[in-house]
Write a protein that binds this ligand. Structure first.
Ligand code: GLA
Length: 387
């Protein structure tokens, strides 16, 4: 589907052309996993695929949500806009409307909306965050609320926390709103200070492998990890008051880790977070210094920590990463995103791409029975108005 076809589809469905077309990308995280809601560092980049949104004001005072990816059409009057709709996809854009209303925006008119996205669903590449951010970006434009990109990202995160019920951190929405072509975002999730770091790798591609695993990240398992980290903070705070796990360096952690003896699960979760924050800092330094080999080793170590200490991988993600590590020309490979299913991200030398896809694909299929997908990632820009 290209944008002209999308515009045509809008006319077919609503009888008139759209007022405007917006886009927000999905993301892939290079390193720094499950650190965002612990006040740590992340290093994601926006992708060239994402979610498109066409909108048109209407005089009927209703909001019509339609998606070319979902059969379900939801039409709601303005006074029903703040009511979540079961487990429907519309909760993502509706949650963003809810945030605008909570910030004092009133709707003198309705909106006809048409959404289409090319981020594979449930792949851990932030199809939901891109939907939230494109909705926020559109409302910011329509109501001239002048929120910054950072604020639009925060609105998207709050929508997901409060309306959808996933206690996610800020990484995905931030990357979708603030991404820059050929750059990754080194973000401090505590202060929201960030730096755009060029990712122009000579002779190396960022390859995404989709496990198509049936075990999708469900909000229950994710929220459980958030709660386990909170528990670790409470236990550590008895010997050294902290707000976030990421406040601790690895040396600090050694001094206080006996406070977690009573809770081995919280201990493992905290160890992952503290070491992952350090790996992320080291990885960004390595990239800037041109030491891509070290970057790759840190990616591999990140996967091991997510597998053994954070326990968010599973047989599909582990097989995909472990098979990748065997291939000559693979610099590094790890799961990306929330985990349990979804994708791995690998840095692969150009000449090894074909054999990677062939060998990893075959071994993965043999072990799991699932046919995977592979995409060479193009790092794109953050949210924008296209027309
Ligand atoms: C999901 C969440 C993010 C982040 C990652 C794990 O993608 O939405 O906030 O916590 O998992 O790094």
């Amino acid at each position: 589907m290209n944008t002209n076809e999308l515009k045509e589809a809008f006319i077919t469905l609503y009888g008139k052309p759209a007022d405007a077309l917006y886009f927000a990308p999905g993301r892939v995280n290079l390193i720094g996993e499950h650190t965002d809601y612990n006040g740590g560092f992340v290093f994601p980049c926006a992708l060239s695929f994402g979610t498109y949104l066409l909108s048109r004001k209407n005089d009927d005072k209703v909001i019509r949500f339609r998606s070319l990816n979902q059969p379900e059409v939801v039409e709601t009057s303005l006074d029903q806009l703040q009511k979540p709709q079961g487990k429907s996809w519309v909760n993502y854009p509706m949650g963003v409307f809810d945030q605008f209303i909570k910030r004092g925006v009133t709707f003198p008119f309705g909106l006809d909306l048409l959404i289409w996205g090319d981020v594979p669903n449930g792949a851990g590449l932030s199809s939901s965050a891109s939907l939230e951010v494109v909705t926020g970006y559109m409302l910011n434009d329509v109501f001239q609320t002048k929120y910054t990109r950072v604020e639009v990202a925060k609105i998207g995160q709050k929508a997901e926390n409060e309306f959808v019920g996933v206690n996610c951190g800020i990484m995905d929405q931030f990357a979708s709103a603030n991404g820059k072509k050929d750059h990754a975002i080194f973000l401090d999730c505590n202060t929201l200070d960030f730096e755009l770091v060029p990712v122009k790798l000579q002779g190396i591609k960022v390859l995404i492998s989709n496990t198509h695993s049936p075990h999708k990240l469900d909000s229950g398992a994710y929220n459980q990890r958030v709660a386990e980290c909170k528990k670790a903070v409470e236990l550590i705070s008895k010997v050294r008051p902290i707000h976030y796990l990421a406040e601790l360096t690895e040396a600090d952690f050694k001094q206080v880790e006996s406070s977690l003896d009573s809770d081995p699960v919280a201990h493992k979760r905290a160890r992952h977070v503290v070491t992952e924050v350090q790996r992320t800092t080291d990885a960004v330094k390595a990239l800037k210094a041109g030491n891509i080999e070290l970057f790759g080793k840190l990616m591999n170590a990140s996967h091991v920590s997510l597998r053994d200490d954070y326990e968010v991988t599973g047989v599909e993600l582990d097989t995909m990463a472990e098979e990748a590590w065997k291939i000559d020309g693979v610099i590094g490979s790890r799961m990306t995103g929330g985990g349990f299913g979804g994708c791995t991200v690998s840095l692969v030398k150009d000449e090894a791409i074909d054999s990677f896809i062939q060998k990893v694909g075959t071994a993965y299929k043999a072990k799991t029975g699932i046919t995977p997908d592979f995409y060479v990632a193009e790092i794109g820009d953050g949210a924008c108005k296209l027309a």
